[in-house]
Design a protein around this ligand. Sequence first.
Ligand SMILES: Nc1ncnc2c1ncn2[C@@H]1O[C@H](COP(=O)(O)OP(=O)(O)O)[C@@H](O)[C@H]1O
Ligand SMILES: Nc1ccn([C@@H]2O[C@H](COP(=O)(O)OP(=O)(O)O)[C@@H](O)[C@H]2O)c(=O)n1
Length: 237
Amino acid sequence: MNNTANIVTPNIITVDGPSGAGKGTLSLLLADKLGWHILDSGVLYRVLGVAALKHHIALDDELKVAQLARHLDIDFKLNPSSQEVEPVLEGDNLAGLIRTDDAGQAASKVAVIPAAREALLERQREFYRLPGLVADGRDMGTVVFPDAPVKIFLTASAERRAERRYKQLKNKGVDANMRALLDSIKARDERDRTRPVAPLVPANGAFIIDSSELTITEVLTQVLEFSAKSMPEILAG
Ligand SMILES: Nc1ncnc2c1ncn2[C@@H]1O[C@H](COP(=O)(O)OP(=O)(O)O)[C@@H](O)[C@H]1O
Ligand SMILES: Nc1ccn([C@@H]2O[C@H](COP(=O)(O)OP(=O)(O)O)[C@@H](O)[C@H]2O)c(=O)n1
C-alpha cells in the first residue's frame, strides 16, 4: 500500500529568532492576513519559569522543573477590553508579569532543561488547527513543526532589539534601563543559542531575514513573497 497519499502538509508558518527581532509582531500580521491561529510558544516557557519561582523550585533543578512542566496547570483567557490572550497559572492571571524581563530570564533558564522541553512538546503541537497556524518561538521550525512548509528565521542586531524593547516598555509605562536590557538580551541569546537541546538556530530551508534596517511592513512584504513560493494556493496574488 502506498501511504504517501495520506500525508498532508500542514498549513504552518514557523517564525523563530531571538528576543526583540519582531517575531510576535510579524506572527500577528501573518495570522491576521491569513485568518490563521497563533502559537506564542514563549508564553509556555515564561509560565513554566514563573511557576517554578512561585513554588520555590530552583530554575536549574531538572527533575522538579520537568515534573512541573508535565503537570503545568495553565489556561488562556481572552481579555475582552484589550483583546489580548492572557495566561492563567493555577487560577492566577499572569497578564501583569508574563512579559517582564524577569519572566523572560526565568523562561530561558528552564528552557535549557531537555525533559521540560519534552513535556511541553505535545501541548505546543495541539495548537495546530485548521485553517492554519503561525508558530512563534525558538525551535518551531527545527523541533516542534519540522514539516512546516514555510520557515522564517527573523533576527536583528542585539542593539536594535534592545532599543525596540526599551521603546515597547516605555510605551507601556514600564520603567526600563537600556544598558540592563541590552545585557539581558545578550545573556538570553547566549543561553538560547548554546543549549544542547533545541538551540536557537535557523531550520534547514528557513528564510533568514535581518530586520535591523527594515520596517515592519518591509519584513511582512518579504516574508509574504517567500511564503507564496511554497503556498501559492494560499498566498499568491
Ligand atoms: N522591523 C521593525 N522595526 C521597528 N520596530 C519593530 C520592528 N519589528 C518589531 N518592532 C517592534 O519591536 C518590539 C518588539 O517586537 P516583538 O514582535 O515583540 O519581538 P519578539 O516577539 O521577536 O520578541 C515591538 O514594540 C515591535 O513593535
Ligand atoms: N519555542 C521556544 C520559545 C521560547 N523559548 C524560551 O523562552 C524564552 C522566552 O521566549 P519569548 O519568545 O517569550 O521571548 P521574547 O522573544 O518575546 O523576548 C526564550 O528566551 C527561550 O529561552 C524556548 O526555549 N523555545
